[in-house]
Design a protein around this ligand. Structure first.
Ligand SMILES: Nc1ncnc2c1ncn2[C@@H]1O[C@H](COP(=O)(O)OP(=O)(O)OP(=O)(O)O)[C@@H](O)[C@H]1O
Length: 620
């Protein structure tokens, strides 16, 4: 029986489907039956194709502009401890790349061909743990070609050692490449200028995130150079998300309280270092209690709790909980409520400990002090006894004692002289140019670098063996227990109020820019009288600006220098303005460097000083 065509009004198909699947003529009855299925199938195929195309073509994930959302970069993965031990040849000294405040960094190779840098941190210090967690927290959030990628993390069985794995940067850190190894590549102005641009782009990226990320420790030793000398920002141990309300004001005349001599002394030291005459300081250090294992959820972070009693940590105690990242940061900021006195004490302690480190050996120092006190006591007793001897009857005895004493005294003098010579030798050994050490600096003939690299020598970091192609760091971190680095840290960074904003990074970038252009450390004294005015790079730049001789600051070893160099110094001086509000934003800085934004009005402090009126005394 011939089938009667049943004319069922076809459902209105989606235009895309009808155009893709035309119904064959003469099979209308069948086609009407199979049409919904075919349409659904085609619709599905079309959607999948579109989705694939879109997901492949999308240029940059919106997440990169959002510090609170997960990034497209592969999140840091956990490595087994044994993998990293094998990769670094059991953390052999030959593979040591450098020394940070919390441990050494080793080069290694994983999966046969992937070159990595492994930072080994001793979990003994809360501060170190905090930095470890911070690094991981930000590693999962940041995705920029100007930020050193963190590949993963690990720990040993007892969790005494925390490890961070980074992509290896073949040319080491900028401090080392520019000031120690004096890499020929960096003696070309164009390359140096590109480094300046790379760093500015990196910071601008951080500040452009929502909420903005403040690096907090921009300095040459935290800038790493890849095989092409492209610069990347490293070390997010002190980084933070910008607190919601930051007042960018500096109260220059505010009394720091306490007013003790020690405080003033310290203030003077810091003032010398920054080139400012007065500013407040304080200290807030972050010691986050917990964190790590960042998971992808936008507003929350899964953390592994880390108790201060580190020894008691076991796998079972690992508790995962969700905290709002902001809360965590807020918690850190609470520490800024530390009493002023305590803060001063802390800073004093810190400065003191740094100075002690610079001495040949702190134990020597303490022993010497104790010994001299003992000797003094002994001598005064001797003197008492000697004076008690009868003038006439004990004449012979007295003479004998005097002779013996003379002898003792002579011996002591020789001993002292030898010790002094030893100290001198040691300090010369410590410096790379034979002119370092705080004690020498105090006497006016040494050089000190508050950026911290000098401290490393005292800790024996100069024994780094040099690998043929990979740069070795001579520097050690500067400020393990302090926020920021003296000389690079903005004045308000030391304030008790939590006035930390992006402008702190802008300030540090200004110092870094001057270092980059001049090829000098921010604070450098070589002893000669002519050098004194150049000792403080920032003050010197300001002076040169007033004299209209900025070109004098440009590194004389630089080749192919053009007028961009002077422009860079001008930009640096804009960044170095004392009031954070007066400093440009990082976006503006980048615009100025690229010539897309004109320089703002020259700060009055840099305008040439009016000619002095000379009053002639006319003789009568
Ligand atoms: N990814 C890397 N590639 C190559 N070298 C590296 C890498 N990471 C670190 N280094 C080297 O190891 C040195 C020490 O690094 P680390 O981050 O521990 O210390 P720091 O930044 O100098 O100090 P701190 O962490 O206290 O600020 C660096 O200066 C650098 O020379």
């Amino acid at each position: 029986m011939p089938s009667r065509p049943i004319l069922v009004p076809a459902p209105a198909p989606a235009p895309v489907v009808s155009s893709l699947v035309p119904a064959p003529l003469g099979h209308q009855n069948r086609s009407t039956r199979i049409f919904p299925a075919a349409a659904g199938f085609s619709f599905f195929i079309t959607l999948s194709v579109c989705f694939c195309k879109f997901s492949r073509k999308r240029p940059s994930p919106p997440a990169t502009k959002n510090a609170s959302s997960s990034s497209q970069r592969t999140p840091p993965r956990e490595f087994s401890y044994s993998t990293l031990r094998r990769a670094t040849g059991s953390f052999s000294p030959e593979n040591r790349l450098g020394q940070g405040g919390f441990g050494a960094v080793f080069r290694g190779t994983i999966s046969g061909d992937e070159n990595v840098a492994v930072k080994v941190m001793d979990s003994g210090s809360l501060q170190g743990e905090g930095e470890f967690h911070n690094e991981l927290f930000f590693a999962a959030k940041l995705d920029s070609p100007h930020v050193v990628p963190v590949l993963g993390f690990s720990h040993d069985r007892k969790r005494r050692r925390l490890l961070l794995v980074y992509k290896l940067m073949d040319n080491g850190n900028l401090q080392d490449a520019l000031l120690h190894r004096r890499c020929p590549e960096l003696m070309d102005w164009n390359r140096r200028f590109l480094v300046a641009i790379n760093i500015a782009e990196g910071i601008e990226h951080l500040h452009g995130l929502e909420p903005p990320v403040i690096h907090g420790d921009i300095k040459p030793s935290n800038i790493l150079l890849d095989s092409l000398f492209s610069a990347k920002i490293a070390d997010f141990g002190l980084a933070r998300l910008k607190p919601e309300q930051v007042e960018i004001i500096v109260a220059p005349e505010r009394d720091c309280g306490g007013g003790g001599g020690g405080g003033e002394e310290l203030e003077n030291v810091i003032n010398t270092a920054t080139g400012y005459e007065k500013f407040n300081f304080g200290l807030v250090d972050q010691s986050p209690e917990s964190v790590v294992k960042v998971t992808g959820s936008p507003e929350t972070t899964t953390v592994v709790s880390v108790s201060p009693e580190l020894g008691e940590k076991t796998d079972e105690e690992v508790v995962t909980r969700k905290v709002e990242s902001k809360d965590w940061w807020w918690k850190q900021n609470q520490e800024s409520d530390v009493e002023k006195g305590k803060v001063k004490e802390y800073v004093m302690q810190w400065i003191g400990s740094e100075v002690k480190k610079e001495r040949p050996s702190s134990s020597d120092w303490i022993e010497a002090m104790a010994a001299s006190k003992k000797l003094e006591k002994k001598n005064s007793k001797r003197l008492e006894w000697w004076l008690s001897l009868e003038e006439e009857s004990d004449k012979k005895k007295r003479r004998m004692v005097r002779e013996w004493w003379k002898d003792e005294y002579r011996k002591e003098l020789t001993k002292k002289k030898k010790k002094k010579e030893k100290k001198k030798l040691e300090s010369e050994f410590c410096s790379d140019d034979g002119s370092s050490s705080v004690s020498q600096w105090r006497r006016g003939s040494g050089s000190i670098d508050w950026s911290g690299e000098r401290w490393s020598r005292a800790r024996g970091n100069s024994h780094d063996s040099v690998s043929s192609e990979i740069a070795k760091s001579c520097g050690i971190s500067s400020t393990p227990s302090m926020r920021g680095t003296v000389c690079y840290a903005a004045p308000e960074y030391f304030n008790l109020d939590n006035n930390v904003s992006e402008k702190c990074d802008v300030y540090s970038y200004g110092v870094l820019l001057l270092v980059l252009i001049s090829g000098r450390r921010p604070l450098e004294m070589t002893g000669s009288a002519s050098e004194i005015q150049r000792a403080n790079l920032m003050s010197w730049a300001r002076k040169l600006a007033r004299r209209g001789r900025l070109v004098d600051l440009v590194d004389q070893k630089l080749q192919n220098v053009d007028k961009e160099a002077v422009l860079c110094i001008k930009v640096a001086l804009q960044c170095l303005q004392r009031l954070p509000v007066s400093r440009p934003s990082m976006k503006e800085v980048l615009g100025m460097l690229k010539g897309e934004v004109s320089l703002p009005e020259w700060p009055t402090e840099f305008s040439p000083s009016p000619p002095l009126k000379t009053i002639r005394k006319h003789g009568r």
